[in-house]
Write a protein that binds this ligand. Structure first.
Ligand SMILES: *Cc1c(COP(=O)(O)O)cnc(C)c1O
Length: 392
């Protein structure tokens, strides 16, 4: 494959796909794969869902885009729907996860300035991932993402994940803190789940100090954990929630939701986006949400998630080299005792789309309509691969 004019940014696997159906996807040579990654948690409804295809096609035949200079009924409807599902008050639309987080970071700084904090700081976590723009890579807890792009954006203070005392200590020392930003389940960082006690502890600290709680739900939101949003698992209510990846089932979109003291801060001119929330993207998102409801996919995520998690715990129970099997709903990680990036290629060779993150964690992010049978098939085929890899 000739790629001479492509900027050399991705370590791509040597395959291209031509079409898909549900969680089966076909490459350009006609080989069929079981897709347990869904475009990194993007293809919420799998490939080629008829309702999504129909809605996008119909919308494309009417209008794709008019800009945010004008009203868009679909966008207003989607904001209402997201507010209803999340308990948040208002929504800003953009096109990606990093943009949603940029909006959240700007909102937190704006909030700080309004409270007379001239140098607002945001507490962020080790092993977090928030994106690759300058502000979001600065918020990200990975030197690999930051290296070579210094100077970093100032105003972030990092603490270990799941360590409430560290957050409390920073808060006592640093009066510039205005917000805490975290993922309920760290995705890129290796599928690490925030303890419920920890989330409640953060909630308390945010209340005591009038900080904003910012939940980056770009990966773990949109029903992936079995509730609409990851924070609903613990029953907390953040002031800011960011979404992207799976929100429109494959069409680019991002959203920053605000509530309580984070709501009604921005005024016209403070922020914006040319494409954000256009007719095509918001129609796709409305349809995605509608299908999740109609096809009962939150319950499916719980049920099939248990099939997969339980299946791997059984299949890999006595396998030396398997350090941990964890996750929630359809966001699952299998940590090995050694780097295992090679497993993505081995999966491909075996007709399986999987991913490896944080070097040693096999990450699974199947579509929310992955069936229990597909779950059992995944467990059987992937545990065979993992066993073979660990003994090679
Ligand atoms: C993927 C991801 C992002 C970045 O999203 P982009 O759309 O690639 O900018 C941010 N936060 C989390 C938690 C993510 O998983």
């Amino acid at each position: 494959m000739k790629m001479s004019h492509m900027m050399n940014i991705y370590a791509r696997l040597p395959v291209a796909f031509s079409h898909g159906n549900g969680s089966r996807i076909c490459d350009t040579d006609g080989r069929v794969y079981l897709d347990a990654l869904s475009g990194i948690a993007v293809n919420t409804l799998g490939h080629n869902h008829p309702a999504l295809v129909a809605a996008i096609s119909a919308q494309a035949a009417r209008l794709l885009h008019t800009s945010n200079i004008y009203r868009m009924p679909q966008q207003e409807q989607l904001a209402d729907k997201l507010a209803e599902l999340s308990g948040m008050d208002e929504v800003f639309f953009c096109n990606s996860g990093c943009e949603a987080n940029e909006a959240a970071i700007k909102l937190a700084r704006f909030y700080g300035h309004q409270r007379g904090v001239d140098n607002p700081a945001i507490i962020v976590m080790e092993h977090s991932f928030h994106g690759r723009t300058l502000a979001t890579l600065s918020a990200t807890g990975s030197r690999k993402v930051q290296a070579g792009f210094e100077p970093l954006v100032a105003g972030f203070v990092r603490v270990p994940f799941n360590d409430l005392e560290a957050v409390r200590a920073i808060g006592e020392r640093n009066k510039n803190v205005v917000a805490v930003m975290f993922e309920v389940i760290q995705g890129e960082g290796g599928v690490h789940v925030a303890d419920k006690d920890y989330q409640w502890g953060l909630r308390r600290l945010c209340d005591e100090n009038a900080w904003l709680m910012i939940c980056d739900e770009v990966q773990c939101g949109m029903g992936r954990t079995g509730t609409w949003f990851g924070f609903q698992q613990a029953g907390i209510r953040p002031e800011v929630v960011t979404l992207a990846k799976g929100l429109a089932g494959g069409v680019p979109i991002g959203a920053c939701l605000a509530a309580g003291r984070a709501a009604q801060l921005f005024r016209p001119g403070n922020h914006g986006s040319t494409f954000g929330g256009n007719q095509l993207a918001t129609t796709a998102a409305l349809t995605t949400l509608d299908v999740i409801e109609k096809e009962n996919l939150l319950a499916n995520a719980v049920e099939v998630g248990q099939v997969i998690l339980g299946g791997f715990r059984q299949a890999l129970a006595d396998v030396p080299g398997v350090i941990g099997i964890r996750g929630m709903g359809l966001m699952i990680g299998i940590e090995l005792d050694r780097p295992c990036g090679d497993l993505a290629q081995r999966g491909l060779d075996a007709g399986l789309l999987i991913n490896v993150t944080a070097e040693r964690v096999v990450r699974l992010l199947p579509a929310l309509n992955f069936s229990a049978d597909e779950g059992r098939e995944l467990v059987e085929r992937l545990s065979t691969l993992i066993r073979a890899f660990l003994s090679s």
